[in-house]
Design a protein around this ligand. Structure first.
Ligand code: CO8
Length: 372
């Protein structure tokens, strides 16, 4: 028997924000800031806020729009952050709600019910609280017996979670695993930072992992191999955490939110990801040219083009390396799974593809899949 990915679920928020909407709100905020701080800017005590453009965003990143779990507040120049309603402890939490929606879709795709699952991993870039785990809340809501836990690996949370699931099936401790990535990124986006205000979107994905023996899915993939690696870097960072209120720092300070040295990330991560994929394929006796599909992390279209070009010696076609970030933006760890969710049913038995994430940490995770 083999370990298979038998179903994937994608939950997309109802609200989207176009580059034009986002830029117009950011620019109105920046102009307001510059007007309010006119004297200090003139005196050289403060830098004026530069204006953003939709054309730059699309050219530099490939992003045209992003989804928002709560659009309210993000575009309000007197707020510049989403507004989430407070829910009491008896209500389902925001992130669990996203996770449950994606998980239900994954179960249907895999032709499974809660009774077939005994492990729930909620793996994403942030969890809205430390405990009880979001995964345990999801487990209870879906009526799953067994156990669940949360794990955080930034952009590689989904692939690292999938590796844990594959290992659990392989060694027989679990019969069916849900790996869910409710990526609620918008609360950590600094909508007042021109360099990063456009990068992220909200989404949730879920994947069912089980043994080929129990698989009843029409679109299952054997997991040929998994490979995870991390290498410490400060180039992508968020400093907000549970100790923040004890250090008396401003919780709205820029370094409390997502911030990065984007150029360095681009330069360092592209070769790392390309080498990772090549080494992983070769150690399994697979040549790059044999890959039918690349489900790559969706951070920046130029990154994806560069990585596939480095390995193929030519540009990958959109059919080979599908792009979803034009519509979804960077959704942290969910990006490669969205690409997989939208672009896997057309593959034929025996076709090989690779899911690969890369990002903060740095962290890189890949799964080589073969269509059953
Ligand atoms: N509008 C107009 N001009 C702009 C804007 C803007 N919005 N932003 C920057 N500019 C200007 C700059 O000021 C600069 O001007 P100048 O040349 O005069 O200095 C010029 O445009 C070029 O700026 P950059 O060098 O910053 O632009 P790049 O071409 O490098 O593009 C990118 C910027 C798009 C950020 C690019 O560097 C990039 O995508 N790098 C890869 C980074 C990456 O992959 N990051 C992903 C990390 S996040 C992640 O993986 C998950 C983390 C966990 C989730 C977090 C959730 C919140």
């Amino acid at each position: 028997s083999s370990v298979v990915i038998s179903g994937v679920g994608l939950w997309t928020p109802a609200n989207s924000i176009s580059n034009e909407e986002l830029v117009s709100s950011y620019n109105a905020w920046a102009e307001h800031f510059n007007h309010e701080n006119h004297a200090a800017i003139e005196a050289g005590e403060l830098d004026a806020k530069p204006l953003s453009t939709a054309a730059f965003i699309e050219k530099a990143s490939g992003i045209k729009s992003r989804y928002a779990y709560s659009k309210e507040g993000i575009l309000d120049i007197h707020r510049m952050r989403p507004l989430l309603e407070v829910r009491d402890d008896e209500q389902v939490s925001h992130q669990a709600e996203m996770a449950i929606s994606a998980a239900k879709k994954a179960l249907i795709a895999a032709n499974k019910t809660a009774a077939d699952i005994d492990m729930v991993i909620v793996s994403c870039a942030y969890t809205q609280r430390s405990y009880p785990a979001i995964a345990i809340e999801v487990q209870a809501a879906l009526g799953i017996e067994g156990f669940g836990f949360d794990m955080l690996v930034a952009c590689s949370a989904a692939t690292f979670g999938l590796e844990r699931a594959v290992d659990a099936i392989k060694c027989g401790t679990s019969k069916g695993v849900l790996v869910i990535s409710p990526e609620l990124t918008s609360p950590q986006v600094n909508y007042m930072d021109r360099d990063s205000h456009f990068i992220f979107g909200d989404v949730a994905t879920a994947v069912v992992v089980e043994s080929s023996e129990s698989c009843q899915s029409a679109h299952a993939f054997d997991v040929v191999s998994t490979k995870c690696v991390t290498a410490y870097s400060n180039n992508i960072r968020s400093n907000f955490g549970y100790t923040s209120r004890t250090t008396d720092q401003d919780p709205y300070a820029a370094d409390m939110l997502f911030h990065q040295n984007g150029r360095k990330v681009f330069k360092e991560v592209c070769p790392m990801a390309a080498d990772h994929i090549e080494t992983h394929l070769h150690s399994n006796g697979i040549q790059v040219a044999e890959l039918k599909r690349w489900w790559l992390h969706q951070a920046n279209i130029n990154m994806n083009l560069l990585i596939s070009k480095r390995l193929l010696g030519r540009d990958a076609t959109l059919e080979e390396a599908p792009i979803v970030l034009d519509e979804y933006a960077n959704t942290a760890s969910a990006g490669s799974i969205i690409a997989f969710a939208k672009h896997h049913e057309d593959l034929a038995a025996g076709d090989i593809g690779v899911i690969c994430s890369f990002g903060a940490g740095y962290s890189i995770g890949s799964l080589i899949l073969r269509k059953r």
